[in-house]
Design a binder for this molecule. Structure first.
Ligand code: 5AD
Length: 353
């Protein structure tokens, strides 16, 4: 297929915000075509600019527990990995990090953790209430995994604004290869639809290049995003972790990941789309490339320094320099050089524009 024919598909995705599965596959298969990728970046950047201007929204990421009851085959924090030094942060430590974060200019705090039963609904609600009371002008985002509808409702009533739960892969067969039998794609998707229904701004997403993933599975991921229409989407490359069953597989590709970010931007023009830490870990220019393909969120690490290396989801995860709260000034200057603003605002999803 010629570049011009492929460009017509990109034009149509921009206009109609949807494509057939086979059309997504055709585009994905051509991701290495530099002319096509350049056109996609140009369109995706323009769509992002039209929706949010040149703003890149910053979120302070607090990794508050690395205990996890799950055993996902790709994740370094999986239950079976006995070499992880496990830690938990208490409410006071979390509040302290948010105090620092607010002074640095963050207006969103993302509380992310493994699925740790120690944090019962009561304990999580207590933390949410304390955060919202101390920082009423800030958004609280939770990333704490699969729960019942009742639990999600309690977090929402306590004041949590947003929820991140990557669907990981929308292809049932592939899902089965990445997860132990007790986990199910159906339950994960149930969670996402319930979270949305409850009123959270919801983030889904997936890894690119995980072992056994095909272009057809990636097309399923795009179709799932189309169906869910989340306010946020986290898409990052798979990076092997040596202490996992998938540790010997190669990492995903930067080029394919950013190409997919571009497609997501065209499909969901107002989606809040992070340039992920995984992309920055894989490729020093990764996050800059993501911005070129329509990303508009970054999540610097605001966890206490002494726990950061223990939140070891994948090999070599960067957590110092510009991806850390301490490097925020440098990050902001770098973004300014690239022509982006970093407003001190919550950076909520724009329902209309
Ligand atoms: N490589 C890249 N991303 C990973 N995640 C977990 N393990 C890995 C890995 N090995 C991602 C998952 C999860 C998010 C918190 O981190 O998509 O949802």
């Amino acid at each position: 297929m010629t570049v011009n024919t492929l460009r017509l598909l990109i034009d149509r995705l921009e206009r109609e915000r949807q494509l057939e599965k086979s059309e997504f596959i055709t585009l994905l298969e051509a991701y290495q075509n530099p002319e096509l990728a350049a056109s996609l970046a140009q369109r995706a950047g323009a769509v992002r600019d039209a929706a949010y201007g040149r703003a890149v929204f910053l979120r302070g990421l607090i990794e508050f527990t690395n205990f996890c009851k799950n055993d996902c085959l790709y994740c370094g924090l999986r239950h079976s990995n006995r070499e992880v030094e496990r830690y938990r942060l208490g409410p006071e430590e979390i509040l302290e990090r948010c105090r620092l974060g607010r002074a640095l200019g963050f207006r969103t705090f993302v509380l992310q953790g493994g699925e740790d039963p120690y944090y019962t609904d009561e304990r999580l609600v207590e933390i949410i209430v304390a955060l919202k009371a101390a920082f009423p002008d800030c958004a609280v985002t939770l990333s704490v995994g699969e729960k019942s509808r009742e639990s999600y409702e309690r977090y929402f009533r306590a004041g949590a604004d947003r929820f991140l739960l990557r669907h990981e892969t929308a292809d049932p067969e592939h899902y089965g290869k990445l997860h132990p039998p007790e986990m199910s794609l159906t339950n994960r998707q149930r969670c996402l639809f319930e979270l949305k229904d409850i009123g959270f701004q919801v983030g889904a997403g997936f890894m690119v290049g995980s072992p056994g993933q095909s272009f057809a599975s990636l097309a399923d991921d795009l179709l799932f995003l189309q169906k869910l229409s989340p306010q946020m989407a986290g898409v990052g490359p798979f990076i092997p972790h040596p202490r996992t069953p998938l540790g010997a597989y190669p990492a995903g590709s930067t080029e394919l990941t950013v190409f997919i970010l571009g497609l997501v931007r065209l499909m969901l023009p107002r989606v809040l789309l992070p340039a992920t830490t995984a992309l920055g870990t894989l490729d020093p220019q990764g996050r800059e490339k993501a911005l070129n393909f329509g990303a508009n969120v970054m999540m610097p690490n605001l966890s206490p320094l002494e726990v950061r290396s223990k939140y070891d989801i994948y090999t070599g995860k960067i957590h110092l320099d510009e991806e850390a709260a301490e490097g925020l000034d440098r990050l902001k200057k770098h973004l300014a050089q690239l022509g982006y603003e970093t407003p001190e605002s919550r950076g909520d999803f724009k329902a209309f524009c």
